[in-house]
Ligand binder design. Structure first.
Ligand SMILES: [Zn+2]
Length: 134
């Protein structure tokens, strides 16, 4: 899986992470997706209702609202974003939720080294995606 993001998306996510630090930042990614490529055209950040430094949750009503708004704009749901103080790899809790979110892309920013990484659950296994920032 290849995940394409624009530099301005990265910048807005980094700003959100700094703004809410040390709480985990979170949001959703929208655009176009096929089995080999995800093209991110819009990123929307959302409050972490858990206000946790180790976990995140977007309010279900916010999730539905953001999906419906994006569908009106012709954008599909592509995946989720959140930040980690740990390395940019899904935690055991993330993996549980990845199983519920189907083929969604999980974009993670590690705050201690500023690195982004993206993952997808495929056949019950976490696969790292190739990030392309243009
Ligand atoms: Zn996580």
């Amino acid at each position: 899986m290849k995940v394409k993001l624009k530099r301005r998306h990265i910048k807005s996510l980094e700003e959100e992470v700094q703004r809410v630090h040390p709480i985990e930042a979170c949001g959703m990614l929208f655009g176009k997706m096929n089995p080999t490529e995800a093209l991110v055209e819009k990123v929307v950040t959302a409050p972490n209702v858990l206000r946790s430094e180790k976990r995140f949750e977007i309010h279900p009503e916010t999730v539905v609202k953001m999906i419906l708004e994006s569908e009106k704009e012709g954008q599909e749901f592509v995946g989720l974003f959140h930040s980690h103080s740990a390395p940019a790899y899904p935690s055991s809790i993330d993996i549980k939720f990845m199983k519920l979110w189907g083929d969604a892309i999980w974009l993670i920013l590690a705050t201690f080294d500023g690195k982004f990484a993206a993952f997808q659950m495929m056949d019950g296994k976490v696969k790292k995606a190739v990030l392309e920032i243009e």
